[in-house]
Design a protein around this ligand. Structure first.
Ligand code: RP5
Length: 163
């Protein structure tokens, strides 16, 4: 199976990387994590992006806060699908990172998830890889069914208590 690279702009983004990494591990999707910044280590971020396809990656997740150019800078250097996670950091609560990540110019797409959306970024990456992997597709369907059952169980308890 192709791998997922998780890149974060700073070690302060590690909790978000862990959410994505753990979700991928639950699905047995091979993943790696890297601290590389569009601003502080631009050469290394570019090199990882340019070499990702030949190094066996199928999707890249890029998470950054503040003036978050990481996902866009990664996407500029690969045609692999790039999923951006805006991180809540600094004085603007993540709105800065959300707009910086989502408002990409035509031609260089970044699929942006919610602020702090590490789990959804991982699930979306897995869904992309599952297009050519039936076993992974089945795991995703099972996970969805488990989540549905868990919510319905909570609903049952709430209805018993309040109705
Ligand atoms: C971004 O700036 C990082 O992704 C991080 O979310 C934010 C703050 O970085 P640190 O100052 O905590 O290293 O580049």
């Amino acid at each position: 199976m192709k791998k997922v690279a998780i890149i974060i702009g700073s070690d302060s983004d590690l909790p978000i990387a862990e959410k994505a990494y753990n979700t991928l591990k639950e699905l047995d999707v091979p993943a790696s994590a890297h601290i590389l910044s569009a601003h502080r280590t631009p050469d290394e971020a570019r090199d990882l992006s340019r070499n990702a396809k030949k190094n066996g990656y199928g999707v890249i997740i890029a998470a950054a806060g503040m003036a978050a150019h990481l996902a866009g800078a990664v996407a500029a250097n690969t045609t692999l699908p790039v999923i951006g996670i805006p991180v809540k950091s600094g004085d603007l609560g993540g709105m800065d990172a959300l707009l910086s990540t989502v408002m990409m110019p035509s031609g260089i797409p970044v699929a942006t998830v919610a602020i702090g959306g590490g789990v959804n970024a991982a699930l979306l990456a897995a869904e992309i890889l599952a297009l050519s992997d039936e076993t992974l597709e089945k795991k995703l369907e099972e996970r969805r069914a488990e989540n549905t059952a868990a919510v319905l169980e909570k609903n049952k308890k709430a209805e018993e208590k309040f109705n």
